[in-house]
Design a protein around this ligand. Sequence first.
Ligand SMILES: O=C(O)c1cc(C(=O)O)c2c(n1)C(=O)C(=O)c1cc(C(=O)O)[nH]c1-2
Ligand SMILES: [Ca+2]
Length: 537
Amino acid sequence: QTLENLSADSAHPENVLTYGMGYEQQRFSTLKQINKKNVKKLVPVWALSMENDSGEQAQPLVMDGVMYVSDAKWTVAIDALSGKQIWRTAVDFDPDTPRVVCCGVSNKGVALYNGMVFRGTLDANMVALDQKTGKEIWKTKVSDWKDGYSITGAPLVANGVLMTGVSGADFGVRGFVDGYDPATGKQLWRRYTTAAPDEKGGDTWTVENAYKTGGASTWLTGSYDPVLDLVYWGTGNAAPWNPNSRRGDSLYAASVIAMRPKTGEIVWHYQFTPNDMFDFDATSEMILGDLKIGGKPRNVLMQLDRNGFAYVLDRANGKLLAANPYGKVNWASHIDMETGRPVETGIAKSLRNGESAEIWPSIIGTKNWAHAAFNPHTGLLYANTLHMSSSYKLDTVAPYKPGMRWLGVKDVKIAFEPDAPHGFMAAIDPMTGIAKWKVPLNDSANWSSMLATAGSLIFTGRHSGEFIALDADTGKTIWQFQTSSGINASPITWSMNGKQYVTVMSGFGGLGKRWVGPSAKNIPQGGSVWTFALAND
Ligand SMILES: O=C(O)c1cc(C(=O)O)c2c(n1)C(=O)C(=O)c1cc(C(=O)O)[nH]c1-2
Ligand SMILES: [Ca+2]
């Protein structure tokens, strides 16, 4: 398919060609054959095994009757109607690689363009496969996994350039976004996400050479505005977590950068957490939408940042339009709307002073990577949020060793408030952070992405394996189906021959697995793909 097809993805709900179900990453579909009234008749039409025990986090893509899915081990093409496997190509990655992945052996999906399937590998290579046969067309080394780099995110094709980010901020890598020629795999450019002394922002690293191991990984996929020709890519935590060995704002860690896909040039940036010492990766989805603000339509970028604030920015220039907490926050009292900077509380200061402090939200964030959805008709963001805190203390920073975890903090503890929910499913107003509805999750939080549809439905998954549909107006669960393992992935909806389908991957994995509690022992491993449709009368 072409660049035009990719740009028009959200206007053609029958296929799902991009990560996020459109370059805007709204995870919204105009399909409404499955709706609030008939969702009770949703039944599985097929399931396919992934032959993988390490967890499923991917968002499937669907093009003209063929579905493409991935995990750390495999790339698979499936006949979307019958569920029969068309081809399966093993990912050849060094078995020692899991040593340098912080949070699970995982992969979030593929990109499609011009007859090819593109994906990153755990050992930091980019691969192009033939869409028809699954045969490898090219393979390019992105970086050296032995230095702590890995790839778990899905690539992005924007304006003819194949872009990828990398993981590794907890291992002291120097983050970057790369641009490749999709036809050959030749590198076109590299944009480092920590600024060198001679670059703009270089003066925000006041310790010599700290930018070389400064983190700011780029482990989730950016969104793209083809009209402005800007890609919005979020960056991870600064490294090490302990800020004493780097000081300064540490640009462009914990930020969004707006870049030209042809060159990697940074046109504007906004830093959510200056001088991050909280592991507040800002990699999560940058959702593009139009909001009416003060009676005027504005083209905005919305993000539910890990640091607990919901942000709205003007996506042409990065101007801050709103920033409000969407969960419990104690490290900053508010965001100064003039400077765009958080105003830190005494609690953050005591942590900076070397004392142990209990920080809300936790190092996992008010929301981890599990993506939010945005319904342009309701103007609301739908998200699985977390309600947990963390405590730790700054420690002496050990000398940096490539490929080793490098944090410079000690006594890291994660806690839940007694008798309080572990998380919520919430419909959040992006301009205020206030939830229109909020469903407490008392047993364990959800770690899956949301999918919103014009049928007034929200789909998501639970770690205990249920795939569920909520009434988008109230948050009430109105349908559920127990899949074969825990769900930690991104659901999609698509249609063929006039019939709507919903697909999700099931397979217990990811970081969230650690907080499921005693019931985790009764959640079996094992990946599979599940597809649902309305039962025929
Ligand atoms: O800094 C990084 O490069 C990086 C990478 C990843 C990753 O690649 O999965 C995660 C994180 N950080 C992280 O902080 C985090 O909480 C996290 C959760 C998960 C997951 O798959 O559940 N990945 C990651
Ligand atoms: Ca991180």
